[in-house]
Design a protein around this ligand. Structure first.
Ligand SMILES: [Zn+2]
Length: 302
Protein backbone atom coordinates (compact mmCIF):
# COMPACT_ATOMS: atom_id res chain seq x y z
CA UNK A 1 0.00 0.00 0.00
CA UNK A 2 2.73 2.43 1.00
CA UNK A 3 4.61 1.60 -2.19
CA UNK A 4 1.60 2.61 -4.29
CA UNK A 5 0.91 5.84 -2.36
CA UNK A 6 4.57 6.88 -2.64
CA UNK A 7 4.59 6.30 -6.38
CA UNK A 8 1.32 8.19 -6.96
CA UNK A 9 2.37 11.25 -4.96
CA UNK A 10 5.63 11.29 -6.90
CA UNK A 11 3.68 11.27 -10.15
CA UNK A 12 1.82 14.39 -9.02
CA UNK A 13 4.85 16.43 -8.07
CA UNK A 14 7.32 15.35 -10.69
CA UNK A 15 7.20 15.50 -14.48
CA UNK A 16 10.41 13.64 -15.09
CA UNK A 17 9.36 10.06 -15.91
CA UNK A 18 12.89 8.70 -15.61
CA UNK A 19 13.17 10.04 -12.07
CA UNK A 20 9.84 8.48 -11.13
CA UNK A 21 10.97 5.06 -12.34
CA UNK A 22 14.25 5.40 -10.41
CA UNK A 23 12.38 6.25 -7.22
CA UNK A 24 9.99 3.32 -7.69
CA UNK A 25 12.98 1.05 -8.03
CA UNK A 26 14.54 2.37 -4.82
CA UNK A 27 11.28 1.83 -2.93
CA UNK A 28 10.88 -1.73 -4.25
CA UNK A 29 14.54 -2.65 -3.75
CA UNK A 30 14.74 -1.45 -0.17
CA UNK A 31 11.42 -3.13 0.61
CA UNK A 32 10.41 -0.15 2.71
CA UNK A 33 6.87 -0.79 3.81
CA UNK A 34 6.27 1.78 6.52
CA UNK A 35 5.89 5.51 6.63
CA UNK A 36 8.49 6.31 9.30
CA UNK A 37 11.04 8.95 8.25
CA UNK A 38 14.35 7.66 6.94
CA UNK A 39 17.87 8.97 6.69
CA UNK A 40 20.81 7.76 4.63
CA UNK A 41 23.66 6.30 6.63
CA UNK A 42 26.92 8.05 5.72
CA UNK A 43 29.05 4.91 5.97
CA UNK A 44 26.93 2.30 4.19
CA UNK A 45 24.83 4.60 1.99
CA UNK A 46 21.78 2.59 3.07
CA UNK A 47 18.56 4.14 4.21
CA UNK A 48 18.27 3.88 7.95
CA UNK A 49 15.46 4.26 10.45
CA UNK A 50 15.79 7.59 12.23
CA UNK A 51 13.32 6.43 14.88
CA UNK A 52 13.36 2.64 14.75
CA UNK A 53 11.26 0.99 17.43
CA UNK A 54 14.31 -0.41 19.26
CA UNK A 55 16.84 2.36 18.61
CA UNK A 56 17.47 2.59 22.38
CA UNK A 57 19.04 -0.90 22.15
CA UNK A 58 21.16 -0.25 19.07
CA UNK A 59 24.54 -0.05 20.90
CA UNK A 60 23.75 -3.05 23.09
CA UNK A 61 22.75 -5.16 20.09
CA UNK A 62 25.72 -3.94 18.01
CA UNK A 63 28.16 -5.15 20.68
CA UNK A 64 26.63 -8.62 20.75
CA UNK A 65 26.43 -8.73 16.95
CA UNK A 66 30.12 -7.88 16.55
CA UNK A 67 31.08 -10.74 18.86
CA UNK A 68 28.93 -13.19 16.93
CA UNK A 69 29.65 -11.92 13.40
CA UNK A 70 32.98 -10.04 13.57
CA UNK A 71 33.29 -9.73 9.79
CA UNK A 72 29.67 -8.84 8.98
CA UNK A 73 28.14 -5.38 8.65
CA UNK A 74 25.88 -4.71 11.63
CA UNK A 75 24.02 -1.79 10.08
CA UNK A 76 22.80 -3.79 7.08
CA UNK A 77 21.32 -6.44 9.37
CA UNK A 78 19.90 -3.79 11.75
CA UNK A 79 18.09 -2.05 8.90
CA UNK A 80 16.79 -5.37 7.60
CA UNK A 81 15.43 -6.23 11.04
CA UNK A 82 13.81 -2.80 11.45
CA UNK A 83 12.07 -3.08 8.09
CA UNK A 84 10.72 -6.56 8.70
CA UNK A 85 6.94 -6.51 8.96
CA UNK A 86 5.07 -8.16 11.83
CA UNK A 87 3.53 -11.49 10.86
CA UNK A 88 1.03 -13.82 12.49
CA UNK A 89 2.11 -16.10 15.31
CA UNK A 90 0.96 -19.04 13.15
CA UNK A 91 2.98 -17.98 10.07
CA UNK A 92 6.56 -18.37 8.92
CA UNK A 93 8.75 -15.37 8.13
CA UNK A 94 8.62 -16.38 4.45
CA UNK A 95 5.12 -14.77 4.47
CA UNK A 96 6.83 -11.33 4.80
CA UNK A 97 9.73 -12.02 2.46
CA UNK A 98 12.15 -14.03 4.61
CA UNK A 99 15.03 -12.97 6.83
CA UNK A 100 18.82 -13.30 6.93
CA UNK A 101 20.63 -15.27 9.63
CA UNK A 102 22.08 -11.98 10.95
CA UNK A 103 18.72 -10.19 11.24
CA UNK A 104 17.32 -13.29 12.99
CA UNK A 105 20.15 -13.05 15.49
CA UNK A 106 19.31 -9.38 16.14
CA UNK A 107 15.68 -10.35 16.73
CA UNK A 108 16.80 -12.98 19.26
CA UNK A 109 19.04 -10.55 21.18
CA UNK A 110 16.25 -7.95 21.38
CA UNK A 111 13.82 -10.66 22.53
CA UNK A 112 16.28 -11.85 25.18
CA UNK A 113 16.69 -8.29 26.46
CA UNK A 114 12.94 -7.82 26.90
CA UNK A 115 12.42 -11.20 28.54
CA UNK A 116 15.08 -10.09 31.05
CA UNK A 117 13.11 -6.88 31.58
CA UNK A 118 9.89 -8.87 32.13
CA UNK A 119 11.70 -10.97 34.76
CA UNK A 120 12.86 -7.78 36.48
CA UNK A 121 9.30 -6.46 36.36
CA UNK A 122 8.24 -9.64 38.18
CA UNK A 123 10.94 -8.95 40.82
CA UNK A 124 12.83 -12.13 39.97
CA UNK A 125 16.33 -11.99 41.47
CA UNK A 126 18.64 -11.94 38.45
CA UNK A 127 21.69 -12.58 40.69
CA UNK A 128 20.46 -16.13 41.20
CA UNK A 129 23.01 -18.18 39.22
CA UNK A 130 20.19 -20.46 37.99
CA UNK A 131 18.49 -17.48 36.35
CA UNK A 132 20.97 -14.67 35.67
CA UNK A 133 24.37 -14.61 34.00
CA UNK A 134 25.57 -14.25 30.44
CA UNK A 135 23.55 -17.15 29.04
CA UNK A 136 20.91 -17.16 31.76
CA UNK A 137 17.20 -17.82 31.65
CA UNK A 138 16.28 -14.85 29.37
CA UNK A 139 18.80 -16.20 26.83
CA UNK A 140 17.35 -19.72 27.10
CA UNK A 141 13.73 -18.54 26.88
CA UNK A 142 14.52 -16.37 23.83
CA UNK A 143 16.12 -19.40 22.18
CA UNK A 144 13.13 -21.56 23.12
CA UNK A 145 10.79 -19.11 21.39
CA UNK A 146 12.90 -17.99 18.44
CA UNK A 147 15.10 -21.00 17.64
CA UNK A 148 18.87 -20.91 17.59
CA UNK A 149 19.12 -20.08 13.90
CA UNK A 150 17.23 -20.54 10.64
CA UNK A 151 18.02 -24.27 10.54
CA UNK A 152 16.79 -24.96 14.06
CA UNK A 153 13.45 -26.80 13.93
CA UNK A 154 13.46 -28.04 17.51
CA UNK A 155 12.12 -25.10 19.54
CA UNK A 156 8.58 -24.15 20.54
CA UNK A 157 8.19 -21.31 18.03
CA UNK A 158 11.09 -22.16 15.70
CA UNK A 159 8.64 -22.82 12.84
CA UNK A 160 8.06 -19.05 12.61
CA UNK A 161 11.67 -18.57 11.49
CA UNK A 162 13.21 -21.78 10.18
CA UNK A 163 13.62 -22.58 6.49
CA UNK A 164 10.82 -24.58 4.89
CA UNK A 165 11.92 -28.23 4.71
CA UNK A 166 12.06 -29.67 1.23
CA UNK A 167 9.37 -32.29 0.71
CA UNK A 168 10.44 -34.53 -2.19
CA UNK A 169 7.79 -35.93 -4.52
CA UNK A 170 8.10 -38.58 -7.23
CA UNK A 171 5.97 -39.69 -10.19
CA UNK A 172 3.31 -42.21 -9.16
CA UNK A 173 4.67 -44.86 -11.53
CA UNK A 174 2.88 -47.80 -9.95
CA UNK A 175 -0.44 -45.98 -10.23
CA UNK A 176 -1.05 -46.30 -6.47
CA UNK A 177 -4.67 -45.32 -5.77
CA UNK A 178 -4.99 -46.34 -2.13
CA UNK A 179 -4.38 -44.06 0.83
CA UNK A 180 -0.82 -43.69 2.09
CA UNK A 181 -0.99 -43.12 5.82
CA UNK A 182 1.51 -42.01 8.42
CA UNK A 183 1.33 -41.27 12.12
CA UNK A 184 3.25 -38.23 13.32
CA UNK A 185 3.90 -36.40 16.58
CA UNK A 186 2.55 -32.92 17.13
CA UNK A 187 4.31 -30.36 19.31
CA UNK A 188 2.73 -26.93 19.18
CA UNK A 189 1.79 -24.03 21.45
CA UNK A 190 -1.59 -22.39 21.78
CA UNK A 191 -1.67 -18.84 20.47
CA UNK A 192 -3.68 -17.73 23.52
CA UNK A 193 -1.13 -18.66 26.22
CA UNK A 194 1.92 -19.95 24.28
CA UNK A 195 1.50 -23.09 26.43
CA UNK A 196 2.34 -26.37 24.66
CA UNK A 197 -0.24 -28.78 23.30
CA UNK A 198 0.86 -32.12 21.95
CA UNK A 199 0.20 -35.77 21.13
CA UNK A 200 2.97 -36.67 23.60
CA UNK A 201 1.19 -35.98 26.89
CA UNK A 202 -1.32 -38.84 27.02
CA UNK A 203 -1.62 -42.48 25.95
CA UNK A 204 -4.03 -42.85 23.05
CA UNK A 205 -3.38 -39.39 21.69
CA UNK A 206 -2.23 -39.43 18.06
CA UNK A 207 -2.00 -37.55 14.79
CA UNK A 208 -2.59 -39.24 11.46
CA UNK A 209 -2.00 -37.92 7.97
CA UNK A 210 -3.25 -39.76 4.91
CA UNK A 211 -3.46 -38.94 1.22
CA UNK A 212 -4.61 -40.70 -1.93
CA UNK A 213 -1.90 -40.21 -4.56
CA UNK A 214 -2.77 -38.78 -7.91
CA UNK A 215 0.20 -38.06 -10.22
CA UNK A 216 2.70 -37.73 -7.36
CA UNK A 217 3.84 -39.72 -4.35
CA UNK A 218 5.60 -38.02 -1.46
CA UNK A 219 8.89 -38.94 0.17
CA UNK A 220 6.94 -39.72 3.31
CA UNK A 221 9.94 -39.73 5.66
CA UNK A 222 9.93 -35.93 5.39
CA UNK A 223 6.35 -35.65 6.56
CA UNK A 224 7.31 -35.29 10.24
CA UNK A 225 9.64 -32.41 9.34
CA UNK A 226 6.99 -30.46 7.45
CA UNK A 227 4.54 -31.10 10.32
CA UNK A 228 7.10 -29.75 12.81
CA UNK A 229 7.76 -26.75 10.61
CA UNK A 230 4.05 -25.86 10.59
CA UNK A 231 3.21 -26.92 14.17
CA UNK A 232 6.07 -25.23 16.04
CA UNK A 233 4.33 -21.86 15.99
CA UNK A 234 1.35 -20.43 17.89
CA UNK A 235 -1.92 -22.06 16.85
CA UNK A 236 -5.51 -22.87 17.49
CA UNK A 237 -5.60 -26.63 16.99
CA UNK A 238 -8.31 -26.47 14.33
CA UNK A 239 -6.30 -23.95 12.28
CA UNK A 240 -3.16 -26.05 12.63
CA UNK A 241 -5.08 -29.06 11.29
CA UNK A 242 -6.09 -27.07 8.20
CA UNK A 243 -2.54 -25.73 7.70
CA UNK A 244 -1.09 -29.26 7.74
CA UNK A 245 -3.78 -30.27 5.26
CA UNK A 246 -2.79 -27.38 2.96
CA UNK A 247 0.92 -28.23 3.03
CA UNK A 248 0.38 -31.93 2.29
CA UNK A 249 -2.24 -31.17 -0.35
CA UNK A 250 0.12 -28.75 -2.10
CA UNK A 251 3.11 -31.11 -1.98
CA UNK A 252 1.15 -34.19 -3.12
CA UNK A 253 -0.86 -32.15 -5.66
CA UNK A 254 -4.15 -33.66 -4.58
CA UNK A 255 -7.05 -32.51 -2.44
CA UNK A 256 -7.64 -36.09 -1.25
CA UNK A 257 -5.86 -35.55 2.06
CA UNK A 258 -7.00 -36.38 5.59
CA UNK A 259 -5.49 -34.89 8.75
CA UNK A 260 -6.71 -35.95 12.17
CA UNK A 261 -5.27 -34.70 15.46
CA UNK A 262 -6.84 -36.91 18.11
CA UNK A 263 -7.04 -36.32 21.85
CA UNK A 264 -4.33 -33.68 22.12
CA UNK A 265 -3.70 -32.38 25.63
CA UNK A 266 -3.50 -28.59 25.92
CA UNK A 267 -1.32 -27.71 28.90
CA UNK A 268 -2.99 -24.30 29.25
CA UNK A 269 -5.96 -26.36 30.38
CA UNK A 270 -4.36 -29.43 31.98
CA UNK A 271 -1.63 -27.70 34.03
CA UNK A 272 -3.36 -24.44 34.94
CA UNK A 273 -6.84 -22.96 35.05
CA UNK A 274 -9.23 -25.89 35.22
CA UNK A 275 -6.27 -28.38 35.51
CA UNK A 276 -8.11 -31.08 33.71
CA UNK A 277 -7.40 -33.46 30.85
CA UNK A 278 -11.11 -33.78 30.17
CA UNK A 279 -10.92 -31.35 27.31
CA UNK A 280 -8.33 -33.32 25.26
CA UNK A 281 -9.18 -32.01 21.86
CA UNK A 282 -9.75 -33.76 18.52
CA UNK A 283 -9.86 -32.02 15.17
CA UNK A 284 -9.85 -33.17 11.57
CA UNK A 285 -9.74 -31.74 8.09
CA UNK A 286 -10.30 -33.58 4.84
CA UNK A 287 -11.48 -33.29 1.26
CA UNK A 288 -11.64 -35.30 -1.98
CA UNK A 289 -11.82 -39.08 -1.47
CA UNK A 290 -11.87 -38.63 2.31
CA UNK A 291 -15.39 -37.25 2.34
CA UNK A 292 -16.12 -40.99 2.65
CA UNK A 293 -16.60 -41.64 6.38
CA UNK A 294 -15.63 -45.35 6.21
CA UNK A 295 -12.33 -44.49 4.55
CA UNK A 296 -11.51 -41.94 7.27
CA UNK A 297 -12.35 -44.48 9.95
CA UNK A 298 -10.18 -47.08 8.23
CA UNK A 299 -7.06 -44.91 7.96
CA UNK A 300 -7.35 -43.42 11.43
CA UNK A 301 -7.38 -46.94 12.93
CA UNK A 302 -4.18 -47.91 11.11
ZN1 LIG B 1 -4.24 -21.73 25.62
Amino acid sequence: MTKRVSAISLLRICDNRKEILDMKEVIVKTGIRNTRPHQVDKVSGLKSESNGQFDYLKDFVAKRFEQKYPSMDFLTAWIEYNHLQDFKISDNVESVGGISEQAHYIMRVITEYHIGQAFKAMKIDMNDPNVGGEKGTPYRVAKMYCGDDLNDDSELLSGRWSHRPHMASFPNESGQKYPITKRVDIVSVCSHHTAPFSTLFRDGSYAVISYIPDEKVLGISKLQRIVDWVARRGHLQENLTKMIYDEVSKAAETKSVYVKLSGLVHTCESLRGTQSNEGAFTSEYYDGGFTNYDLRREVSSQ
